[in-house]
Structures are given as structure tokens and as C-alpha cells.
Design a protein around this ligand. Sequence first.
Ligand code: FES
Length: 217
Amino acid sequence: MKKIFDRNAPYQPESFTFRDPEKVGEILARYPKGRERSAIMPLLDLAQRQVAEDGAESNPPYGGWVPAAAMDEIARIVNEPPISVLEVASFYSMYHFAPTGKYLIQVCTTTPCWLRGSDDIVGCCKDRLGIGMGETTADGLFSLIEVECLGACVNAPMAQVNDDYYEDLTRESMGALIDDLAEGRPVRPGSQAGRKCSMAIEGPTTLLKKAREKGVA
Ligand code: FES
């Protein structure tokens, strides 16, 4: 669950400017004249990524989020009232209203992931990081939140860290992932069990092959 929007929170900057006006222009140009509001989502994403870039250089570091001033700036650019931008940003889980850790761990706990052991993944994150859901580590490196289905149920249980999915997780592989991120070591998104995409774990197969193995075809 993401943090609620608080315009008066002490972490809100007084102003926000896009530092790549060309990119803003390129996003606006994707949509017909008079439909500038269609650019709200990609502009929110651009703002959040700009904040994340700044955060990666900061000490302590922080991750991407969308300040109130950025939403006001987007409203000005697309010529809509600020509430229209907030309505969009609050609907989607990928926009954040408060500073997050440099690595935002989003653990899926919906039924398929839960049946496949998401409780273990959540427990591992809490134990390893010493934080609860919705909290950030004191060094600014990690935030932990629980999310609904991220559409990778076939390789459950899974978690998203920033832009990447980590699938077929176990308590051990989740712990190793956290350690690698903390130490700045390279990490490999996707299945942590060696599965290729969403292929059966034992390799390519077909229903016919399975039926023959069972002696029913
Ligand atoms: S239930 Fe976890 S990705 Fe769908």
C-alpha cells in the first residue's frame, strides 16, 4: 500500500522543474492537439524517474516519487486543474507520493503468490531489512510494500524491485537478492530458479506429451 498524499509534509519541495524540456515536448507531441491530458501518465513517470535520478546521487539515497510541486507543474503543462493530475496519480500503484528507498521492494501477496509461499518472501524481507510494510530502512536503501497481483503468477511467488520482476523466489533467493542490491553487486531479473520465461520448470513440454506419459493418449 503506498503512502497517502500529503501536500504539507516536510519532505515536499517548494518547486519542481523538468530538466529535460525536449523530452516533455516529445511526450506532448504523441497526442493530438486538445488531448494534452493524455500526457499526464508519461509525465508523472518522467517526474518520478527524475526524482529517482537525483535520489541515487543523494546521501542517504532515495528512490522515485512524485512531489506535489511536480503534479502542479504537470497540470500547468497539460492545462488541467491539479486535482486531475492527482486523480490519475492516486489511481495507479506505480506512482508514489512520498520518498521511497532507493530500492522499492513490492511483494505480491495475492492468492497464487500466497499459495506458492509469499509469506516466506515477506518474512525474509522483514527479517533481513528490519522494517515492516510501508517502511524504509534507515540507510535509505530499501522500502517494502505489499501489492496485489503483478501479472507474473505463472512464476509465483514474485516481487518487483524498481522496474524489474524477480520470480520463482524462495526465502534464500530473496535474501540473496537483498544482499546483492545492498552491496551493489549485479543482479539478474526474471526467474530465480533458472526457468526460461514462463516455460514449464522442467523444460519445454506439451499437453500431448504429458498425456502420453500418463498413458491416456
Ligand atoms: S498473484 Fe502474484 S503475480 Fe499474480
